[in-house]
Design a protein around this ligand. Sequence first.
Ligand code: 6PG
Length: 475
Amino acid sequence: RAANIGVVGLAVMGANLARNLASREGNTVAVLNRSRSRTDELIAAHPEAGFVPAHSFEEFATSLARPRTAIIMVQAGAATDATIDELVRVFEPGDIIVDGGNAYFPDTIRRERAVRQTGINFVGAGISGGEEGALHGPSIMPGGSDDAWETLGPILRSIAAVAEGEPCVAHMGHDGAGHFVKMVHNGIEYADMQLIAEAYDLIRRGTGKTPAEIAEVFAEWNRGELESYLIEITAEVLRQVDAATGAPLVDVILDQAGAKGTGAWTVQTALSLGVPVSGIAEATFARSLSAHPEQRAAAANLPGPAVIPDPADHSAFIEDVRQALYASKIVAYSQGFDEIRAGAAEYDWSIDLGAVARIWRAGCIIRAQFLNRIADAYAQQPELPLLMAAPYFAEALGRGQESWRRVVIHATRTGTPAPAFSSSLAYYDGLRAERLPAALVQGQRDFFGAHTYQRVDRPGRFHTLWSGDRSETEA
Ligand code: 6PG
């Protein structure tokens, strides 16, 4: 029996994706893993899936119908390259290799170029939704050629999550576009998580509520405009009690956040594209800051504010935090979409930003009601220069900004670190400003380096003779 799709790499994500594929009408799934035992275990545990097991790349290639299509679900990096080499060895022109891992998009661009030389298609596809998503329906962000997408589209549509009747998968653009979009998805994920964590911390310190009580606040928020998977799971985490100590689990978890690198890539890429993703950067740095116990110990005795005023009205304060969270969230998504727009221009991808919002509505970690509003904004104005300035978001920011400011003031006065809240507000005010002190920076640059400046009143580039008579010359 010939399989129409294969999966290489059967750790949890790969195994779940293979089971998802097998559960859809019309699919027969070939499976291969480096260690034979895992393949055998999967086959034994899921006889209903009708998997076609392979124990070598040759056997795997033989078991697939043409054009052969294989999804690689191995660790990003060297393991991916090794697997691609093996598949290229046994596949033929016209076949399709899909990398479903969290690859760094420049690697995907490089791999696509190399594999293309052999006539085989290579598609880097971002897959979001964790283990559950892989099994029941992830959000999928494929790159690669139009030809590959033609074969791959129906298969991926069959396993993707569905949002309002639409499968959460769309062709993002050629070569690395899919992994680029997935990278930014993760950057936004970092920002969203950090903002929620700051909201929790502000409420806890400001009102003295217990984690279980704050869980109820999040559960309530989840019924409004903040409705999202991350808010929902936050309530679950805050409700959890540690069996060993009887304490809230959040109080016994070591407060040092891990990161596997996708947030850092988002920020590094944004820096080179010149896109200010300050909220995402702060979220990434907040994880790094937390993970330096020696520095935290060294700083522990540095003085904090003398007076720590408690908010007088707890429910008004909580509402302020909710508004601040929503406003900062708008900024984080606006920054993320800005990075995708800039990346598309730089790498010559035609990425449909509305489609990105639509395929993130279900299946992925940042799934939220909110993404419908983003999709609407791009539907109304596909060339939107700044997401947060679209009418719906501008209105929401206008409504929330006073609360946002009160929360940032409160955080500052009480010494509660809220880097993502405050940097998002600074970004908002920075873009809003009629004049920026960037003019002074230009003056400084011209002073020490003759870097020249432009004038507000006429075209051209100018230089002041700082060490001479300080007259102005046209450069
Ligand atoms: C997803 C997630 C997933 C994963 C990342 C981020 O979209 O399903 O983003 O890809 O959780 O690896 O993990 P870190 O927080 O460890 O960087």
